[in-house]
Design a protein around this ligand. Structure first.
Ligand code: ATP
Ligand code: MG
Ligand code: MG
Ligand code: MG
Length: 565
């Protein structure tokens, strides 16, 4: 490609609304242009990077037995009502109607569509496991779309869904994807860390890891153990065992049997402000299934977060009464495999006492504490307390203090279990002819976000520094003078020769000063620059410069091709 023909509008000025460096550089280097908040056009160089990451992702998915499909972006509301997510997904879901007034949404993710496909097409255990994926635009009406491709409202994701016969099968699929993700981000030339995480709005009951590209500007804080390499998102809760005991003077808060909490109205009785309450954790203990919900009011929430990565623990963040009622199993289409708590123990966070009353219950009967104040009326010395991870805390595995790093979430792998297969009825007949629910996992890579994350991690004052595997082009040939016929001719020949040899190369044939060309080459971030000037050419040499290190060397014209590839 000749730069004179390339649509690559570079800018000297930092665009006003671009807060983070990757956004600034992507606009300045002419990779993207905004059409509306959170929506972008990829210009030719930006699209080349996107395609390269897609290609790496595709190769690694295929290598693990993934089969590519392409699902509709527009999804019928009926399926989302079946899964229960139409009610709970909230404002991030773009909802729309067709001319017949039928409701649809633009897919933020595709569990419903894929589960619908599988329930119709899969009959027998012989058809499993099945790994199906797509690379496609996703739509999320983010509350704060910002940072360019980092948090768009339209973005490119690779999403794979695994369907297995049983938990063991899911374990294998999960491992395959985990390994594939490690390969993907290594191949992209990124420094990353896989961390244990909370399960977000997608829900599910198994484990989950996030893949974080390490960068100081990352939105996520992660803790890691320098000793054993254990790593987790700080949002992930860890458990420390404790027990609850009523220590009120007359023991008046001994468990009193009451009917189960079934509706949001009943639950709201116990909450001053259910809408803003953050239910920090909910869990159960052994067979007794003692549920514990800790409330905090320090955050406004707009999603449900579910996680039981630690074998049977569920932590929740509840936004709305609808969300609460869904968890309690009283909304139409309640959330799949979450066991409806037989009883709840609700305790206010001490800093933010939201509670009028506390409720406690056990599996068989249901019990309430009434008008209690935590620590005055009962002591907590052994609860399964789910706490957020914090830097400096001792690593649960080896006791060494945890360290902190910042990261950008570029991927996540989830064990979903039977949440969606149960809700939608995706079953198969097993070896004994028995009907079983498919055991599912889902696995996303933020393909477009990975571009931004790469730049956050790889740039300097002059511009982007692409890792070779995902650079828009590997090499730029720059004739320093367009007046010197030999320089122009050599540059042209070299360009054609490199192209013939399969090097991805551009020729800066513009009639511009050398300084302008160098600045643009650095800004766009071509890994290798071949500079052709009259002086060195007199000795048959050209200059090779590595963008990353700034190192230069003179090589003979004939040797360039061998050096670049
Ligand atoms: P976040 O925590 O940043 O909101 P998420 O956990 O909601 O992301 P997932 O549902 O796990 O996202 O989706 C899989 C991947 O898609 C994420 O790991 C991320 O890389 C990417 N992604 C999610 N939301 C966006 C967005 N708004 N813009 C660009 N990429 C996104
Ligand atoms: Mg999100
Ligand atoms: Mg996330
Ligand atoms: Mg995620």
């Amino acid at each position: 490609m000749r730069v004179s023909q390339l649509l690559n509008p570079t800018l000297r000025e930092v665009p006003a609304e671009a807060e983070v460096i990757s956004h600034q550089l992507m606009v300045r280097a002419g990779l993207i242009r905004k059409s509306a908040s959170g929506f972008y056009t990829y210009l030719p160089l930006g699209l080349r990077v996107l395609r390269k990451i897609e290609a790496i992702v595709r190769e690694e998915m295929d290598a693990k037995g993934g089969q590519e499909v392409l699902m509709p972006i527009m999804q019928p509301a009926e399926l989302w009502k079946e899964s229960g997510r139409w009610e709970v997904y909230g404002d991030e879901l773009f909802r729309l109607k067709d001319r017949h007034n039928r409701e649809f949404c633009l897919g933020p993710t595709h569990e419903e569509i894929i589960t619908d496909l599988v329930r119709n097409e899969v009959r027998s255990y012989k058809q499993l496991p099945l790994l199906l994926y797509q690379i496609q635009n996703k739509y999320r009406d983010e509350r704060r779309p910002r940072f360019g491709l980092m948090r768009g409202r339209e973005f490119v994701m690779k999403d794979l869904y695994s369907f297995d016969r049983d938990e063991a099968g899911l374990g294998e699929s999960y491992k395959k994807m985990y390994d594939a993700y490690c390969r993907i981000f290594s191949r992209c030339g990124l420094a990353y860390r896989a961390v244990e995480a909370d399960a977000g709005a997608i829900g599910g009951t198994g484990g989950t890891h996030e893949f974080m590209v390490l960068a100081d500007s990352g939105e996520n804080a992660v803790v890691y153990c320098p000793e054993c390499n254990y790593a987790a998102n700080v949002e992930k809760a860890e458990c420390r065992p404790q027990v609850i005991e009523d220590v009120s003077p007359e023991g008046q808060h001994k468990l009193v049997s009451t009917p189960n909490v079934k509706t949001i109205e009943e639950l709201s009785e116990f909450l001053v402000e259910p809408k803003t309450a953050l239910v920090k954790s909910l869990l159960y203990q052994g067979d007794e299934k003692l549920f514990l919900v800790l409330l905090r009011g320090d955050r406004e929430l707009n999603e449900i977060k579910l996680n039981n990565a630690l074998g049977g623990f569920v932590s929740l963040q509840l936004a709305s009464p609808e969300a609460v009622s869904t968890i309690l199993g009283c909304a139409p289409g309640s959330v799949g495999p979450i066991e409806v708590p037989a009883g709840l123990l609700v305790i206010a966070d001490e800093e933010v006492p939201l509670m009028k009353k506390a409720v406690c219950g056990a599996n068989k009967a249901d019990y309430h504490f009434v008008d209690t104040v935590p620590s005055r009326d009962f002591r907590i010395d052994k609860i399964l307390d789910l706490r957020m991870m914090e830097p400096g805390e001792a690593c649960l595995k080896c006791g060494v203090p945890l360290k902190e790093a910042r990261g950008i979430e570029v991927g996540q792998v989830f064990k979903l279990g039977t949440k969606y297969s149960k809700a939608l009825g995706a079953t198969f007949l097993d070896l004994n002819g028995e009907e079983k629910f498919c055991v599912m996992g889902c696995y996303g890579v933020g393909v477009s976000r990975s571009i931004a994350a790469t730049i956050e991690q790889n740039h300097d004052d002059n511009g982007i520094i692409w890792p070779m595997p995902i650079a828009p082009y590997q090499c730029i040939v720059v004739p320093v003078s367009t007046k010197d016929a030999l320089v122009v001719e050599t540059a042209d020949k070299l360009y054609l020769e490199l192209k013939r040899l399969g090097v991805e190369v551009v020729l800066d044939d513009r009639d511009e000063r050398a300084g302008v060309k160098f600045k643009d080459a650095d800004l766009v971030g071509y890994p290798i620059r071949v500079t052709i000037g009259s002086k060195t050419l007199a000795n048959g040499q050209v200059e090779l410069r590595e963008r990353k290190t700034g190192e230069t060397k003179l090589v003979l014209v004939e040797e360039v091709a061998g050096q670049v590839k």
